[in-house]
Design a protein around this ligand. Structure first.
Ligand code: 3PG
Length: 391
């Protein structure tokens, strides 16, 4: 892919795909991370004489105009982040969009997903978008797993490049999983094995140590014949889990599963919790966190690693005391990173929330802005929005 530096921007309308799919409550943006991270690209385009025309989706309106999903509500936060006025086009194609664009100003166009042609990647829709620009810049790594009109379609129609954030994401992730300094550890948590089969299958071939935590660890324990009581577990996935364990063994990847666990009879803050060996979960209890002995083993293995990739919490981190394992492992990764001993990369919705909660996110080497795209990239998939950019 080409970088923004390689493009001629002076006097050009630069159609810039950004990800403004941010959390909004009562019409106000509650987390501006994604907005803040596109600022360098927009400022750069302006500084080089270009006219940024921002394209983005918001929510999943399924091809219809849904006022509650208008990007107009994101405009004030965007203006604050950019430190300047942003014009707004009430449509992303046609005369209304064209009329909103003024040379040298920033324009935000309405939600691309108000048109069915966006998700269908309809050539006529992509043609209509392409009419509004001279150059295409994709700065939405987090939407690059979608082959949509404003991601894949546009890149095939205009001279195209990766924006600053996109380039940063691709370089950081490539350094972590493509050409990592070894030993390499991956931490994978979250509720279900079924949503992460491709991820685990890819990782066992690439990493030296794979820590499995969260609800999905229970499925692996069950696969080893352990009774997990009332824990969240996908009993129909135990064959798959056994297959992953076998493949890890063949590839020389060490899997770290909990050897002790924190159990409770209720999932609520301050519930009576006990730590027991992983094979002694009472029949009427649930495993809600990885236990302290297992955490100590994870930290020791991490001490020997040079690179860490993290996706998913180790326990039910939203509720105390079940956040202990996630917090301890996150704090340790942060310490090693601060000391220059570890390159740490994390991504995925819950993961970033968990690291923020642990106060560790700021110390990580790189935090991806992506959820689903980070996962697909870690699964080893080609992201269509990246593949379509000019080489
Ligand atoms: C995200 O929020 O992860 C991206 O914006 C993609 O959104 P989507 O899952 O609705 O395509």
């Amino acid at each position: 892919w080409k970088s923004l530096d390689e493009m001629e921007l002076d006097g050009k309308r630069v159609l810039t795909r950004v990800d403004l799919n941010v959390p909004v409550e009562d019409g106000r943006v509650t987390d501006t991370t994604r907005i803040d991270r596109i600022v360098p690209t927009v400022h750069d385009i302006l500084a080089r004489g270009g006219t940024p025309v921002l394209l983005a989706h918001f929510g999943r309106p399924k091809g219809k105009r849904v006022e509650a999903m208008s990007l107009e509500q994101v405009r004030p936060a965007l203006e604050r982040a950019l430190g300047r006025d942003v014009r707004f086009g009430t449509d992303c194609i046609g005369a209304d969009a064209a009329a909103a664009i003024v040379a040298g100003e920033v324009t935000l166009l309405e939600n691309t997903r108000f048109h069915p042609g966006e998700e269908a990647n309809d050539p006529a829709f992509a043609d209509a978008l392409a009419e509004l620009g001279d150059v295409y810049c994709n700065d939405a790594f987090s939407a690059a797993h979608r082959a949509h009109g404003s991601t894949e379609g546009l890149a095939r129609r205009l001279p195209s490049c990766a924006g600053r954030l996109m380039a940063e994401e691709l370089s950081a992730l490539e350094a972590a999983l493509g050409t990592p300094t070894r030993p390499l550890m991956a931490v994978v948590g979250g509720a279900k094995v079924s949503t992460k089969i491709d991820l685990l299958s890819n990782l066992v071939r690439k990493v030296n140590h794979l820590v499995i935590g969260g609800g999905m660890a229970n499925t692996f324990l069950a696969a080893k014949g352990i009774d997990v009581g009332r824990s969240l577990a996908e009993h129909e996935m135990t064959d798959t889990a056994r297959d992953i364990l076998q493949r890890a063994d063949e590839a020389g990847c060490e899997i770290l599963l909990p050897s002790d666990v924190v159990v409770a009879r209720e999932f609520r803050a301050g519930a009576d919790a006990a730590t027991v060996p992983a094979d002694q979960c009472p029949a009427d209890a649930m495993i809600l966190d990885t236990g302290p002995d297992s955490v100590a083993r994870i930290l020791r293995a991490m001490d020997g690693c040079r690179t860490l990739i993290w996706n998913g919490p180790l326990g039910a981190f939203e509720i105390e005391p079940f956040d202990a394992a996630t917090n301890a492992a996150a704090a340790h990764a942060a310490r090693l990173t601060r000391a220059g001993k570890l390159v740490s990369v994390a991504g995925g919705g819950d993961t970033v929330a968990a690291l923020n909660r642990a106060g560790a996110a700021d110390d990580f080497t790189y935090i991806s802005s992506a959820g689903g795209a980070f996962l697909e990239w870690m699964e080893g998939k080609t992201l269509p929005g990246v593949a379509a950019l000019d080489a």
